[in-house]
Ligand binder design. Sequence first.
Ligand SMILES: Cc1cc2nc3c(=O)[nH]c(=O)nc-3n(C[C@H](O)[C@H](O)[C@H](O)COP(=O)(O)OP(=O)(O)OC[C@H]3O[C@@H](n4cnc5c(N)ncnc54)[C@H](O)[C@@H]3O)c2cc1C
Length: 568
Amino acid sequence: MSSSSLGPQQRAGDLDRMADETLDIVVIGAGVTGAGTALDAASRGLTVGLLEQRDYASGTSSRSSKLIHGGLRYLEQMNFGLVREALRERQLIFDRLAPHLVRPVSFLYPLQHRVWERAYVGAGIAMYDGLAALARNSLPTHRHLSRRGALKLAPALARDGLVGAIRYWDAQVDDARHTLGLARTAAHYGAAMASSSRVIGLLRDGDRVTGVQVLDLESGRRFDVRARQVINATGVWTDEIQDMAGRGTIKVRASKGIHLVVPRDRLHSESGLILRTERSVLFVIPWGKHWIIGTTDTDWELDLAHPAASRTDIDYLLSQVNTVLDQPLTREDVEGIFAGLRPLLFGESDATSKLTREHAVSQTVPGLISVAGGKYTTYRVMAEDAVDAAVRNLGGHIQPSCTTDIPLIGADGFKPAWNRRRKTATESGLTTSQTENLLRRHGTNITEVLEMLKERPELSSTLPGSEDYLAVEVAYAARHEGALHLDDVLTRRTRLSIESWDRGLAATRQVADLMGTELGWDESAIAGEIAHYEARVAAERESQEQPDDRTADAARLGAPDVRRMGRG
Ligand SMILES: Cc1cc2nc3c(=O)[nH]c(=O)nc-3n(C[C@H](O)[C@H](O)[C@H](O)COP(=O)(O)OP(=O)(O)OC[C@H]3O[C@@H](n4cnc5c(N)ncnc54)[C@H](O)[C@@H]3O)c2cc1C
């Protein structure tokens, strides 16, 4: 077994290894699909490389609604197969693969029509739970509530028109940390991997793809990676890689979804909410000391790396959620906003919410497999299908996928570690709640975090502007979690960029100093990182004042990606 640690030395070593060896498989894109694919392939005993142009999970996989779910609304579209498969994956992830990162979450469906609505929605939710039962569901099952029961659970609901509710259960995850966990687990099984490594071309032998050309965005170095099979797992960038091959067998369309983050105390409820909207559904999801409200579903043809939320998107979400709230939310209640792009397989329908969420795996040209579509929840199935397709071309006897039996790094032994959390707190000098937060983010890797804390006890302080994140987690992110830039820590290792009113600005100096110590930044590198982050926050704020996608996109692009700055 290799180390699961992703740090600067590992990155340099893995880049050299990828440049020197001919791999069985190279995977492009470290979202949940690519990281899952690397894990699937490495755990079958194949030699694997994973290349990500920006940070792990920096695309859609850090910007989802963070639900590990079957998707209640796909039942209405009669997509029983997809729901059943996703519910099976939900149970697997919750129970075995990532119990440290996934937790149950309940939703209340408020009812406004006495008879037919309760019967119709109730039947759908009962079927949802029925399909989950087939997958040995261990989450609680749904319950019908009277008007009084609904208001007791969610006093924030408007009294007018409310006749009752149905409460059901799903699961949620920190998507960015989960994808990172997959990447680290793949590294543990021997996969070489590097972020800030953009694929800029394909190597060819006649018609056949034999590898990729890579640009290291940190050093500016260009090099080739040879592989017997290349897997394109680039989400909404799928067509760009297919274009390099001169042929596309899968067509992916980007659909934008935005979310608002509001403080927990602005909406009094013990359960999340699910509401039906004209085009889709809207969730109000508990998220630590916050609520996440989303999402929208609109075509997006502008910048893929930095989708922007416009004023219209924000006002739309507020107007929708306010239809069921007693005290309306306003823009002043919104502390954070994020936008992501669904990689939807191109379909016949014009309304993006009706495009299929199912995935496709296809051989674009010999040597190049593309995998796209699907949902976060079904990443493991997508990964297995993609590697199966590659394996068919590799020949020889290669084992079938075994990822149903591979807990992520930090998952093994989580339950006993959780049970002894009070002792761990006493021994480490942290509070129980701080220890619980660490366990929820790092699982049993908490031991590595606590070892760092022993070396540098001063890192037990919380970061400015945050009650939840400890300074030691920043050092840990740079040493073990592949964080290369300030933005990586403020946006994906922690969620300060959406969970604090100042979007993490108060923490920039301390986080940059801590990262600088680990990564060897000098004062000008630290200043550059801070300036970039400040520019990003300013550009995002400006984009969120714009009336439409085009103006919001132009404003957001006012701040360049930190990886375009290239320090090396
Ligand atoms: C608003 C929204 C809400 C959602 N909510 C849910 C939910 O609650 N539950 C659920 O199950 N699903 C949800 N989804 C769907 C889910 O998030 C996506 O299906 C999933 O994250 C896609 O992952 P991916 O790995 O395919 O793509 P991505 O995460 O986008 O990964 C692709 C990666 O490829 C990299 N890349 C691109 N080009 C190159 C290149 N040339 N070289 C190197 N790297 C490259 C990108 O930088 C990126 O990191 C949601 C999606 C959206 C947009």
